[in-house]
Write a protein that binds this ligand. Structure first.
Ligand code: SF4
Ligand code: SF4
Length: 57
């Protein structure tokens, strides 16, 4: 499973520039994670100011 970004996302863009595999891109109203690219490293969750990225279940 990949990480996913919840509705808590404030569209700041910090995670997208930190993701080592460039799995994060702008969605319509929040940033999105491509599940085929995400390696579950957890870096996006560490850098996000509102803890919007969460581990998939
Ligand atoms: Fe959204 Fe957090 Fe990423 Fe900012 S760092 S774009 S708030 S998920
Ligand atoms: Fe990118 Fe790692 Fe976040 Fe997956 S968990 S989206 S690989 S920063």
């Amino acid at each position: 499973m990949s990480y996913t970004i919840t509705d808590e996302c404030t569209f700041c863009g910090v995670c997208a520039s930190e993701c080592p595999v460039e799995a994060i891109s702008e969605g319509d109203d929040k940033y999105m994670i491509d599940p085929g690219l995400c390696t579950e490293c957890g870096l996006c969750a560490e850098v996000c100011p509102v803890e919007a990225p969460v581990e998939g279940k």
